[in-house]
Every structure is written in C-alpha cells, then in structure tokens.
Ligand binder design. Structure first.
Ligand code: LP5
Ligand code: MN
Length: 242
C-alpha cells in the first residue's frame, strides 16, 4: 500500500531559511514517494492573505508544493491558527486541497481523524475568544479588504500580544483539554487514531473513551529539525529529518 505523510507547525518564514530549505528538500526527496501529504496547520509563521503569493516571500515553498502536486501526490491542508487565511487562490495556485477541521479520512479501511488541535485547547479562554472572532466571515472580509502592509503590521502587533500573554499562561492551559479530546473522539464514533499538531509537544497518547481505545498522536514542530509521521500498512511511525 502506498504510504501517507503528516506534518504540522513548520512556521515557515524568511528569517529561518534553513527550515524553508529543509521543507523543500522534504517535498522533493521524501514526500515525492508518498501517495499523500497532509499538512495539519501552521505551515507558515503567518499568512496575511493569498495576495502574499505574488510578494515572493514564500516563493520556494510554494513552487515546491506546486511541483509535488503536479507529480501526482495529493496534498491536503487543514488551517492552523497562524495560516487560517490560506484560501482558494493559494489552493488553485499550488494544487493543495484545503480540508475542514476536523476531517475524517480512511486508510486501509480504518478511520483517522485529523485536526490542527487548537480547538481542543478549551482551557485557553482568551485564545478561544480571539479565535471565534477572527474565524467569522465578516471579520475576515473586513481584514482582507485592508492593504497587505497594514495587515502584516496588524498581525505583528497580535503576535507581540500573543507572545506576552503566552508568557504568563500555564503549560496546562495551553495544552489540549482531555474532555474536549474525548468529546471529539465520541462525536466521530471513536476512530482509533487522531493526529493533530499545535501544541508542539510530540507524543503518542492513549485514551479510553466509553470503552473504546483511541490513540492521539501529536506532531512535532520544525524549529530545530523537521519531523513527520509516516502511515503505512504497519501503522504510524515517527520520522526525524537529519
Ligand atoms: O501561535 P502560537 O502557538 O504562538 O500561539 C497560539 C495563540 N496565539 C495566536 C495568535 C497568533 O500566534 C498570531 C496571529 C497569527 C496570524 C493570523 C493571520 C490572520 C490575521 C489575524 C490578525 C488578528 O493564535 C495563543 C495560544 C497558544 O497558541 C496556545 O494555544 O495561547 O493565543 C494567544 O496568546 C491569544 C491571546 O490570549 C489573545 C490575543 C488577543 C489579541 C487581542 C487583539 C489586541 C489588538 C492589539 C493590536 C492593535
Ligand atoms: Mn498552531
């Protein structure tokens, strides 16, 4: 069976050229041999709108995504809290298919639930309030009607505010809430596997939800090195890039 790959939280930005190079290499050397690549959010440090494609800051990554999809690899993306403005133009330009959060897919006749993971951090009340505001169509239409440089400046100010607030939030508040995770498993008829990112705390967790054994795999970020999960006929495997 053809294998599939899962990544998240790369936070690609011009100031970290090594990670951009690692991502391009990963697409060319690793993802090119897969049947599908799932990007579970926060591919970019931030995405201010699809008109950023023309600005060229992410030229190498975008070209590599386009090449990979043209080679026949299915690329799927779930929005992260940093790049939820990735839209139809980005999808058309790259061939990436944007999936809703959460999405249920099947592999080897088994369901696998995919999410960015931020919706599970329900103890982070300030973040959830911020999230529900910026995810409305009205807010996004107003935001996207501003010039790109103003949007970028606004995002920089939110980033500063977010970093300041994160420094005083506990690690527990910023992790997923167990009840929210169990509710998600229940809503989707207890799939044996959930894969998500966002917390940057790569680990495999076991949950028993109403008697059902459910595994939760948390993806790692790409700050120090790249990492991904590979799914094949033998199950999920953690892989690290040199
Ligand atoms: O991303 P990460 O892991 O560092 O932190 C997240 C939460 N923070 C965010 C904010 C993003 O990092 C920055 C914005 C991304 C760009 C989006 C592009 C679209 C435009 C949006 C512009 C409004 O998501 C952080 C969580 C953390 O994950 C762990 O789960 O805690 O949440 C926060 O820290 C949010 C604060 O608690 C609330 C922020 C309120 C901002 C209020 C606006 C103030 C206006 C000031 C500017 C004039
Ligand atoms: Mn995130």
């Amino acid at each position: 069976m053809n294998h599939r790959l899962f990544i998240s939280d790369l936070h690609l930005c011009e100031s970290r050229p090594a990670i951009i190079a690692a991502f391009v290499q990963f697409l060319e050397n690793t993802a090119a041999h897969a049947e599908a690549l799932y990007i579970l959010g926060d591919l970019f440090e931030y995405w201010a709108g699809d008109d950023a494609i023309a600005m060229g800051a992410h030229q190498a990554s975008i070209a590599a995504l386009k090449k990979l999809s043209q080679q026949g690899v299915n690329i799927y993306l779930i929005h992260g809290n940093r790049d939820f403005l990735l839209g139809d133009s980005f999808a058309q330009h790259t061939g990436v298919k944007i999936l809703p959060d959460p999405s249920l897919v099947t592999y080897d006749n088994k369901p696998i639930l995919l999410s960015h993971g931020d919706t599970l951090c329900t103890d982070d009340i300030a973040y959830q309030q911020f999230r529900s505001e910026v995810r409305t169509e009205a807010w996004q239409t107003t935001f996207l009607s501003q010039p790109l440089n103003e949007r970028v400046a606004y995002i920089e100010s939110i980033r500063a505010k977010s970093e300041q607030e994160k420094s005083i939030k506990s690690m527990t508040i910023m992790d997923v809430n167990r009840t929210a995770v169990e509710q998600l498993f229940k809503t989707h008829q207890f799939p044996p596997t959930l894969i998500h990112g966002h917390t940057h705390r790569p680990k495999q967790h076991q949950h028993v939800v109403e008697g059902h054994h459910c595994e939760r795999w948390v993806l790692g970020d790409w700050y120090d090195h790249g990492s991904y999960l590979q799914l094949d006929e033998n199950g999920l495997h953690e892989r690290t890039l040199a």
